[in-house]
Design a protein around this ligand. Sequence first.
Ligand code: CO
Length: 315
Amino acid sequence: MATAASTPHPEVGTPIVAGLPMPEFRRIGVEPISGACGCEISGVDLREPLDPETLAEIMLAFQQFLVIVFRDQDLTPEQHKAFSRYFGELTELPQAPTYGGHSDMQEVRREAWEPVNVVPSFEHFHTDSPFLPQPPKCIVMRAIDCPQWGGDTAFSNAYLVYEHLSPGLKAVVDDLQIIYSGRDIWAKNEALAPEKRLRLREGHSFTEEQLQSIHPAVRVHPETGRRAIFANTAYFKGFVGWTEAESRALLDYLQSLAQQLHYHCRVKWRQNTLIVWDNRFTLHRGVHDFKHERRHLIRTTVIGEKPLGVADWHD
Ligand code: CO
């Protein structure tokens, strides 16, 4: 009788998850969420300092899956920050409302009586704060309150979006640069009807200079050299050297690819669920399909490297 091993299909190799073979994990439990990205990690208590082997496996899972989910992590803000610092230095954000008295924590909050979030750019997949000179490496987010039904966060793997492009389109996007600007966030918000306004931070100390940047449309991982699309509608002003109409047309096409389900995972929050997501190589969006329930997520933001483009990468 034919077994899988003897089936004459020599092209069938190792199973692939998130675009790569599954690494071996000895210290932590790792359960992939979808074939595209995301995993749940078990066997770790994030209130405690992590031993080097456990930490190395968490970082390996983060590198491969881009979205790592821990359940039942009842952390104080200080414990939350201490765990976040394993990923790098924490940064403030100019626009996001802070959590409690912590200028280096932010919150995402919708009260039970509030209507659906209607800000269109965040109803799309996006990366956070790409207008900064060094946009966030990752976000560490924990649920304080979440709806019984709905309110998930969805993620899209931007490596896979890039890797599935044709050689012809890759050659075009490899050389492109994007202008992102956050300078008009406050004016745009003021122009909305009061009930449609974003809850923004009261004040900040960022300069005008820091609120606009030019970044590569294809971003390269600083250690592995893996390439991903780094283009999204939030704060997008255009491709350098392209007209607005040309820029929109290509951006819309790239965005439409990121919507495809085979690039996604989706995480259901429970109280004390903690997610770390790579903000460089994924896009994300909250799913506002809940009503009459409170959703309160608190987070830290870890500063990233200045984005590397294809031309900056040398083996
Ligand atoms: Co976001």
